[in-house]
Design a protein. Structure first.
Length: 646
């Protein structure tokens, strides 16, 4: 009597034998080892109402892999865009398998209908089966000036099987002579010509592929005939036809025109700057330096932070250590004699030095520096926004909304799938991001050129990478969406997006009080940049003392005038050097560099003070970013989208 182990071994051997022989049985039918479509034959008869009666005979090899119960066929209902304007109706007339009626059911997904042939409770034996599907679709003929046509995707381009033979016969409306034919083969959009075109005995155009169609390839045909053989188009059909031809173009060009016109009107009414007053040299500005920069730019940046730090240092409240690796700011000893801080400088000082006497301007102090920077920005926002200037953000938001709606309208009037149509709005956002990234990159590179600080290049790296990515994405969308809606509509919509970038800046406008502040800023800039010969024309200009040089240095930082301001004192510094008194200019008590003690080594280092600080702050506070006339192609037109087994 066999033991338990012997019985277990015998059972395992039997299981292995069954599992090993099963696939081989399923993989071979008459020597055939793959599932494929042996022949795909279609007859497309155009009705006088513009509909079609389609008969498809599809012979397949079923091995129980993908084709287990039967096959399914995907048919596109067409219509204009994902909204389905003018979408066709589909009625199943007959489904057969090997000449006998076959069970079927349909499922609709947006613009596509899937026809399942087969019994869900019955599996097919491996073999060769011939299916016939007869269905009627409305509104498939296209009307043009002087001729009409049927543009039909015979096989569809989404089959996962090889199609060994593909043929099609197109029957035009009763009495209509064929005036033009065309055929396209290959993958979606290809214009391959591996198609033999001849006539049937009745004179109907017949199309036959001269090679097998690979998975993903398809056959598309187009046949035209003179106008007058179709029933006159209804008003609805004419509207659909116009939308098919011009919908995306009209939506995109109209969007550009509306957005541009909207912004021009809004800018004319609320975005233009008030007329400025006479600009006179300002020797003693009343506005703090960082506030000047914020008001002039109508926004905040790290240079405003740097200007406030330098101002605190010059006034005697802090000491700046400019050592490259350990740049820091510390509370100055004996601040009783220091000059008063401005409100914004007080906010910055308190945020920086609460619980600390020294703060490094490196990533180790990122949290503290970021908090201090945000505190200063919020103070400026409360103090100056809508008082000194208006950003007019709500007007910009409306213009942006118009652009996005235009994008969606153009996409919805052209694409076949809602998810693709929605994503077509992405290039608009990408163009806006790319435009702002380009501005940010330019600013950081300019900062590096002024300061020589590689931290500035690091600050430029992120927007530069972002810019490159956005340009790449926009380029990909140009190929993808442009192929759907056309190059002209796509460019029009891209221009509409760029118009948003331009007017985002142009809509910002100073108030009357802000205009006075801008006049003061221009007066300060005039004083700090004027040539010596023109300086003599000023009324009682201050002496070029070291104290005045340092007093105005924060304004030079705020207005990007370090080089110009240093040049103003070049002669004085050289003369003082000759007298051995250059330290008064170059070695202030509020600035030091490591073991070398206080001061700047030369005027060149001094004029880079603000830009080097700004570059360091930017690096330290940046968060790491984790048709029948020959104009068609394979896959175009109405009809099939593909199919598969189930």
């Amino acid at each position: 009597m066999p033991s338990s182990l012997q019985l277990l071994g015998a059972c395992l051997a039997l299981v292995i034998l069954i599992c090993g022989s099963g696939p081989s049985a399923a993989q071979s039918v008459g020597g055939m080892t793959r599932e494929e479509i042996r022949s795909f034959d279609a007859r497309i008869a155009v009705q006088t109402d513009g509909g079609v009666l389609v008969t498809e005979d599809i012979e397949v090899v079923a091995l129980g892999r993908e084709i287990r119960r039967g096959i399914y066929r995907d048919v596109a209902l067409g219509g204009v865009g994902v909204l389905g304007i003018g979408r066709a109706t589909l009625d199943i007339v007959q489904t057969l398998r090997d000449g006998a009626p076959e069970q079927h059911r349909t499922e609709q997904d947006g613009a596509n209908v899937r026809i399942y042939l087969g019994n869900p409770d019955q599996f097919l034996s491996p073999g060769i089966y011939r299916y016939r599907i007869v269905y009627r679709m409305s509104d498939q003929a296209r009307r043009f000036d002087g001729f009409d046509e049927i543009y039909w995707n015979v096989t569809g381009n989404a089959w996962s099987f090889l199609i060994l033979e593909a043929t099609a016969v197109v029957v035009p409306p009763v009495g209509a002579p064929v005036s033009q034919v065309a055929a396209y083969s290959g993958y979606w959009g290809d214009t391959g010509s591996d198609v033999l075109i001849d006539e049937t005995q009745n004179g109907y155009p017949r199309f036959r592929m001269t090679r097998p169609l690979q998975p993903g390839e398809g056959l598309t045909v187009a046949v035209g005939w003179p106008s007058g053989f179709l029933a006159p188009a209804t008003t609805g059909q004419r509207i659909v036809q116009w939308l098919e031809r011009w919908g995306s173009l009209a939506a995109s060009v109209l969007t550009l025109a509306i957005v541009l016109g909207y912004y021009l009107v809004v800018w004319h009414r609320i975005g233009r700057d008030p007329r400025g007053g006479s600009i006179i040299p300002i020797y003693r500005p009343t506005l703090p330096p960082a506030a000047m920069r914020y008001i002039e730019r109508m926004g905040y940046d790290t240079t405003a932070f740097a200007a406030a730090l330098v101002s605190l240092a010059v006034k005697g409240h802090v000491i700046i250590d400019g050592t490259q690796a350990t740049r820091s700011v510390s509370v100055a000893p004996g601040t009783a004699a220091a000059k008063p801080m401005s409100d914004g400088e007080r906010v910055l000082f308190d945020a920086l030095f609460t619980g600390a006497d020294k703060v490094t301007l490196t990533e180790t102090s990122r949290q503290r520096l970021t908090a201090a920077s945000k505190a200063l920005e919020k103070h400026f926002e409360r103090t100056f926004n809508r008082i000194y200037f208006n950003r007019n953000g709500k007007w910009f938001a409306l213009g942006l909304a118009i652009t996005v709606i235009g994008w969606l309208a153009a996409a919805l009037l052209s694409l076949d799938h809602l998810d693709v149509a929605l994503v077509a709005a992405v290039p608009a956002a990408m163009a806006i991001v790319a435009g702002n990234s380009a501005v940010a990159t330019w600013k950081q590179v300019a900062l590096f050129r002024r300061s020589g600080e590689y931290a500035a290049l690091f600050g430029a790296l992120i927007p530069a990478i972002l810019l490159t990515m956005m340009c790449f994405v926009v380029g990909v969308f140009f190929l993808f969406v442009g192929a759907q809606i056309g190059a002209v509509p796509f460019v029009a919509l891209l221009l509409a997006a760029l118009v948003n970038v331009v007017f985002y800046h142009l809509l910002k406008a100073p108030t009357a009080l802000g205009r006075q502040a801008l006049d003061e800023i221009e007066g300060t800039r005039l004083y700090m940049t004027v040539a010596e010969k023109d300086r003599l024309k000023f009324e009682s200009p201050p002496d070029k003392t070291p104290e005045h040089f340092h007093e105005m240095l924060p304004y030079a930082v705020a207005l990007d005038l370090e080089t110009a301001w240093s040049a103003q004192f070049k002669a004085e510094i050289e003369a003082a050097r000759g007298r051995g008194e250059a330290e008064a200019y170059l070695k202030p008590s509020w600035y030091r560099i490591g073991s070398r003690g206080r001061g700047f080594s030369d005027a060149g280092q001094l004029r880079n003070l603000g830009s080097s600080l700004s570059a360091a702050l930017g690096s330290a506070t940046t968060t790491r970013s984790s048709g029948s006339s020959g104009g068609g192609g394979s896959g175009g037109g109405g009809g099939g989208r593909g199919g598969g087994g189930w």
